[in-house]
Design a protein around this ligand. Structure first.
Ligand code: ACM
Length: 511
């Protein structure tokens, strides 16, 4: 009898233990699938519950962060927490504040502390607060029902990025994408703590930014695109809307005007930019390397000065990108003085120069940045001149490269880049002799020859983009594909909830 009772009690105890192990309460913060992976997570084994009565407390400096978080929570679960200013830490709710005292959080790091009653986000400035908010949002579903309990595991996250420059590019020249599409792209970057969007605003097939002093660039040069569609362009007001939307999400827009090649849209719009004084035809194909501005005509530099002046006025960010790539019909003896003079124009308008790696053939100005995409020799020449490097190796980081031979969109002239290939490399060791000290960060470009719709963009960008974000944010020693792919698998649910048309790579165990 005694034995029977003992046996029954043992079975009941066993069942209870099993039940408690299988219930899905998020009590271990270290089990959350954060991307990019934070520097340090400490779990404290309890839960914070977000409810209709949760208030977001802010300081004057963090008001905008509070409003942003409140809007995001509204989008998730219809909660729109009130945002209240306070001068001291509250006892409960969410508190976003600027850190006091010394810390190693830098420009963009943050500390996120989740207690049973209070969530604290603190950072040295609003960029750090923004990043802390993105981490907090990843503890929640992308969409929840209004009656769903929103519980967050307690603990502390101490986090800061490996690189200060973490970007993506969108080519709006080969195919045009409107303001709403660009905003959606910006949201993708912001969710993964990327802080740069490089817009490729001009190419042979189209000129996409209004230049008031040269109006034909857009009215004519922006009137088509690859395949002969109707193209389009951004007015100054629309461009400002993009820039501000990005700024609110800690993202700097880098505008690129590609020079002296990739300029057919300009050459078709203004006859005087051509050496023979005759305008070219608009171009809707996908060849590269056939166009060039006339480098020894004075009007060319008046044109560049006007374009850069208007762009600089529209750009709160520090950079203007001058392209410089694949200028195959510009003789090197003309290319070098052209790039030298164009750099001076950018500097005269108070901006820093970025160019594709070919610009290192010229004499780089102080603070110039070389964007490595193809040529190690060029990039090394740039570093020898004291330039910093943005790492965008086409074989690893070009998001327009197909995943494999069955990919619906994209090209493969540089490589097929499966999701693991895109993730498993280290910018600081990728090119011999170019080390972390030389590198500003990483950028993943998306060229748009084969993509004309947002759905197509999404297919190429997801799921690779979060990997590039992690390369930029998380130290190489903490990254490995085997562990990353499990976190990425979890993000598949987020992509679905956001209606993202992503590539379901067979290498990822999607949940
Ligand atoms: C490039 O891919 N032509 C920079």
């Amino acid at each position: 009898m005694k034995n029977k009772i003992f046996l029954t009690l043992t079975i009941i105890a066993g069942l209870l233990i099993q039940m408690s192990c299988t219930t899905e309460t998020p009590t271990d913060l270290t089990k959350t699938s954060f991307i990019p992976k934070p520097v340090k997570i400490t779990a404290t084994g309890n839960e914070f519950e977000l409810t209709k009565s949760t208030v977001i407390f802010v300081q004057d400096e963090t008001q905008q962060s509070g409003e942003y978080l409140s809007n995001e929570l509204n989008g998730i679960a219809g909660l729109k927490p009130e945002v209240k200013t306070t001068d001291k830490e509250p006892g409960k709710g969410i508190y976003i504040s600027i850190s006091e005292g010394e810390n190693n959080l830098g420009e963009e790091g943050y500390e996120l502390t989740i207690d049973k009653k209070l969530i604290r986000i603190s950072a040295n400035n609003s960029a750090g607060c923004f990043n802390g908010i993105q981490t907090l949002l990843q503890t929640l579903p992308v969409k929840a029902n209004s009656d769903e309990e929103l519980k967050i595991a307690t603990g502390v996250i101490h986090d800061f990025p490996e690189y200060g420059f973490r970007g993506a590019m969108l080519d709006v020249a080969r195919h045009f994408f409107d303001v709403e599409d660009v905003k959606r792209y910006i949201d993708f970057l912001a969710a993964y703590k990327m802080n740069v969007l490089h817009l490729h605003l001009s190419d042979d097939q189209g000129w996409r930014i209004e230049i008031k002093s040269w109006p034909n660039l857009t009215t004519y040069g922006g009137s088509t695109e690859v395949g002969g569609g109707e193209g389009g362009f951004y007015t100054h007001e629309q461009y400002a809307e993009i820039v501000n939307y990005a700024l609110e999400r800690n993202i700097t827009i880098i505008p690129e005007i590609d020079l002296p090649g990739h300029t057919n849209a300009a050459l078709a719009s203004y006859a005087e930019l051509n050496c023979d004084g005759k305008a070219t035809e608009l171009y809707t194909g996908t060849e590269v390397g056939f166009s060039t501005l006339c480098t020894d005509k004075e009007i060319t530099y008046k044109f560049i000065d006007d374009v850069v002046r208007e762009l600089a006025e529209l750009s709160p960010g520090p950079y203007i990108h001058i392209g410089g790539d694949e200028s195959h019909v510009t003789p090197m003896e003309d290319y070098i003085p052209f790039i030298n003079r164009t750099q001076e124009i950018v500097v005269s308008h108070g901006k820093k120069v970025i160019g594709w790696d070919e610009i290192a053939n010229a004499s780089l100005v102080e603070n110039a940045t070389v964007q490595f995409w193809a040529d190690v020799k060029n990039t090394t020449m740039g570093v020898e001149q004291g330039a910093k490097v943005i790492m965008s190796p086409a074989k690893k980081a070009y998001m327009d490269m197909q995943y494999d031979s069955t990919s619906t969109f994209g090209l493969h002239w540089a490589a097929y880049i499966e999701v693991d290939e895109g993730y498993s490399w280290n910018p600081a060791t990728y090119v011999t002799g170019i080390t972390k000290e030389n590198i500003l960060g990483i950028e993943a470009p998306l060229w748009s020859e084969t993509v004309s719709e947002m759905d197509h963009i999404e297919y190429l960008v997801f799921p690779r983009l979060p990997g590039y974000a992690e390369i930029g944010w998380s130290a190489p020693a903490t990254r490995n594909w085997g562990e990353y792919k499990l976190r990425l698998a979890h993000h598949g649910k987020r992509f679905d909830a956001l209606d993202i048309n992503f590539y379901r790579s067979a290498l990822v165990p999607w949940e």
